[in-house]
Design a protein around this ligand. Structure first.
Ligand SMILES: [Zn+2]
Length: 107
């Protein structure tokens, strides 16, 4: 006898969540100064704040959408991104320091 496990999750409103993420990514971009790394960090932080307001069963689906469509990264991924930038000699914003639009090379 097979035990077909019914995954009974209440409906998750993916469209509303996408709209929320669109607004968050707009906000994240404004604070990123043209840096993709900063943008990813901002959007992930903003999404995390929103995730905390969702029912727990919805968070998995919400993270999937945010990651697939809105550059959301987990804390581990963000840390990994920073390590890679550092190893490549890039500034904290993910640029060659002398080409950083936020002025790292001028300090
Ligand atoms: Zn920089």
């Amino acid at each position: 006898m097979t035990n077909a496990q019914a995954t009974h999750t209440p409906a998750f409103d993916a469209i509303a969540w996408s709209q929320t993420c669109t607004a968050l990514s707009k906000e994240a971009r404004q604070g990123a100064g043209g840096s993709f790394d900063m943008f990813v960090e901002n959007v992930s932080w903003l999404v995390n704040k929103q995730l905390a307001t969702l029912p727990e069963q919805h968070r998995g689906g919400a993270i999937e959408i945010a990651a697939a469509d809105f550059n959301y990264e987990t804390a581990e991924q963000l840390a990994e991104r920073k390590n890679q930038s550092k190893a490549a000699g890039l500034c904290q914003h993910g640029f060659e320091p002398n080409h950083c639009p936020l002025g790292c090379g001028d300090l």
